[in-house]
Design a protein around this ligand. Structure first.
Ligand code: PLP
Length: 359
């Protein structure tokens, strides 16, 4: 297997891929692949419900929230959210932390009134802005945050407190990676292709009252209430992706739940950041130390030429996906839940070797 540090679609747990392979042609004695089954049949429906229940349980939610399995990626949520919640006379507040927060805000601007509650644009998004004392307009419909900025490599350590205003988070790149109190959020959403499974499914977990009734002018598929009323079976769901998410969730349980994966994630991230910090400036972390992500480790070398050389040499050694996003350059190691500690150890060994031979 490659040492896969892709930002998304990203590494999946080997055990999950092997289990899926074993069941691929004949799903549990049915003589069919799960992909070939009706989404109205009992076999698929039980997988669908199992995945929803498992997700709630892993998130530590016992009541009051709905799980929706949607399509169109997190990018569609950038629009669906304001379509449903940013109604006439209200303002949607956004914290601008980087590339993805920016995209979410741009979509909301197309739909209604917006307000930037805090921004780290002046710091080139290399930190999370201070969100401890935000002033939100009185008619704020919700406050939107991007929990982990996949491109820049920043992550909230503490989310803003919003009282009765719903806090809504794009958790595409850090859902189920660490223990957080989900009850502080009105809604979280995530494209699956980093921590949850294959691409093609978007998960929304929302407080029931936020998604139970949508403005009547919104097209059917873009209404949260359509998917609530039909338990995400209004139209054909991405059934194979839902099945894979269920298997990934089982695997998280086998790791000791969120506590187990968080322990592993922190060990992996520490190993990488330590290698960067102890390189006497050969490697430089991009992000302010307090706001570093445990999912996307971004760093630079002294010149773009050396960075190119690093990427080429890493690829020759079997490392995949270490090139930074084209909009920011540099290097990025995405170390989502499924990336094994051994891959990170192999990478830090390579980084040490590269420094010694190029320093
Ligand atoms: N939000 C974040 C934080 C992301 O990292 C990404 C994709 O990388 C997206 C949103 C967009 O997700 P999608 O490609 O599922 O639309």
């Amino acid at each position: 297997r490659a040492y896969n540090f892709n930002a998304g679609p990203a590494a999946l747990p080997l055990a999950v891929l092997e289990r899926a392979q074993a069941e691929f042609v004949d799903f549990r004695g049915t003589g069919m692949s799960i992909m070939e089954m009706s989404h109205r049949g009992a076999v698929y429906e039980s997988v669908h419900h199992e995945a929803q229940e498992r997700l709630l349980k892993l998130l530590g939610i016992t009541e009051g929230y709905k799980v929706l399995f949607l399509q169109g990626g997190a990018s569609t949520q950038f629009a669906m959210l304001p379509f449903n919640l940013l109604t006439e006379g209200k303002t949607a507040s956004y914290v601008k932390t980087g590339s993805w927060a920016d995209k979410a805000l741009k979509e909301a601007k197309l739909i209604g009134q917006t307000h930037v509650a805090a921004s780290s644009e002046e710091d080139k998004y290399m930190r999370i802005p201070d969100v401890s004392r935000l002033e939100l307009p009185e008619n704020t419909a919700y406050l939107h945050v991007t929990s982990n900025e996949t491109i820049e490599g920043t992550q909230y350590q503490q989310y803003p407190e919003t009282g009765s205003i719903p806090l809504i988070a794009d958790m595409s790149s850090d859902i189920l990676s660490r223990n957080i109190d989900i009850k502080q959020f009105g809604m979280i959403y995530a494209g699956a292709q980093k921590n949850l499974g294959p691409s093609g499914i978007t998960v929304v977990v929302a407080r029931e009252e936020l998604v139970s009734s949508s403005p009547s002018t919104i097209p059917t598929m873009l209404r949260y209430d359509t998917h609530v009323k039909n338990n995400s079976l209004y139209n054909t769901p991405p059934s194979f992706s839902v099945y894979m998410v269920n298997e990934v969730l089982k695997w998280i349980e086998e790791q000791g739940g969120i506590d187990g994966v968080e322990r592993q994630n922190r060990e992996k991230a520490s190993l990488l950041y330590q290698t960067i910090d102890e390189s006497a400036g050969f490697y430089q972390g991009c992000v302010h130390t307090d706001d570093r992500s445990i999912m996307n480790v971004t760093f630079r070398l002294q010149s773009e030429e050396l960075e190119k050389k690093f990427i080429k040499a890493s690829e020759e050694e079997g490392f995949v996906g270490l090139k930074g996003h084209r909009s920011v350059g540099g290097l990025r190691a995405s170390i989502y839940n499924a990336v094994p500690y051994e891959s990170c150890r192999a990478l830090t060994d390579f980084m040490d070797y590269f420094r010694k031979t190029n320093g």
